[in-house]
Design a protein around this ligand. Structure first.
Ligand code: NAP
Length: 289
């Protein structure tokens, strides 16, 4: 019988990834190398950013990765921040640099992200890394964490990508675009939809794999989904009652999809796991050089 409504447990899968990272870190230390090190640059005191940084540091510590934050006041200038990134680039004891976004409006995010050494770009957002991700025959140093997390969820659930129709809702630099490029590299036939795409439900119904990253609470309903499709919901929206929900109407779509990620507990936990996986990979690459 065909699979219906199977929940992809992102929490459990992220634990598998993290336990592999922990093992990799222990092996490095057993061989006498230092622990991998991640620096998180935080500007200002946005509550959400501070929470994200805290949880990245906590999970890193659980896995044996040293994570420190460099915190700057909202008033920091772009030049001061560029100087900081340059000095982190030069420091051989640092394997990964992550600039927590968003930055205050007087700072050009692109200028800061472009300054990060691509060999330490564990967030995978440097234009060179994104360019390599897009190009046939090239591999980026690191892949962006949330998109990579989506692919891991598909792979570890045994969902075939090659030859399938993948429809991506959303074309942002941090999710929709990179996940589309990853699926293309894995030989899916990829359709990217966005706010100007007409007939969205019809386009989505062509998908064997539907990935949704638009930031619109519960927009995707069951009549948008082909029976038996796998649905990955990247959305994180806060409802008026304070509860978190995805871009997909989970209860409505679950009976139609073969597999579906819940929110919370789907893509969310994968992001930090993939970040720390990238940090370990960076430290391991330095040993080989
Ligand atoms: P974003 O930068 O705001 O981009 C949203 C994309 O969705 C844009 O391409 C936009 O089209 C498209 N879009 C918006 N409304 C639409 C609609 N009604 N119909 C069709 N397309 C529409 O968002 P993002 O940063 O990619 O994030 C998307 C969601 O994922 C958010 O809920 C965010 O919180 C969540 N997220 C989760 C994680 C995680 O770790 N789980 C990580 C990152 C993001 P245009 O390009 O035409 O404007």
């Amino acid at each position: 019988m065909a699979t219906v409504g199977q929940i992809i447990d992102g929490k459990a899968i992220s634990e598998q990834v993290k336990s592999k990272v922990k093992e990799g870190v222990s092996q490095m230390i057993e061989k006498g190398y230092r622990a991998p090190m991640l620096v998180v640059v935080l500007v200002g005191s946005r509550k959400d950013s501070m929470t994200y940084v805290r949880s990245k540091k906590k999970v890193a510590a659980d896995l044996g990765i040293v994570a420190i934050d460099k915190t700057y006041p909202e008033t920091v200038t772009q030049d001061e921040l560029l100087q900081e990134v340059r000095s982190l680039n030069k420091d051989d004891s640092i394997d990964g640099i992550l600039v927590q976004l968003p930055l205050p409006s007087h700072i050009n995010e692109e200028a800061i992200l472009t300054e990060i050494d691509i060999s330490k770009d564990v967030d995978g957002f440097h234009p060179i890394n994104i360019g390599k991700l897009a190009m046939k025959g090239r591999e980026p140093e690191f892949e962006p964490c949330t998109p990579r997390g989506c692919i891991e969820l598909l792979d570890r659930t045994g969902i075939q990508i090659e030859g399938k129709n993948a429809v991506i809702l959303g074309r942002s630099n941090i999710v929709g675009l990179p996940v589309s490029m990853m699926l293309l590299k894995r030989n899916a036939t990829v359709t990217i939809c966005h706010s100007k795409t007409p007939n969205l439900p019809e386009k989505c119904r062509e998908a064997d794999i539907l990935i949704v990253a638009i930031g619109q609470a519960k927009l995707v309903k069951k009549d948008w989904v082909k029976p038996g499709a796998a649905v990955i919901d990247v959305g994180m929206n806060t409802l008026d009652n304070g509860k978190l929900c995805g871009d997909v109407d989970f209860e409505d779509v679950k009976p139609v999809a073969s597999h579906i990620t819940p929110v919370p507990g789907g893509v969310g936990p994968m992001t930090i796991a993939m970040l720390l996986n990238n940090t370990l990979k960076s430290a391991q690459k330095k040993l080989i050089k």
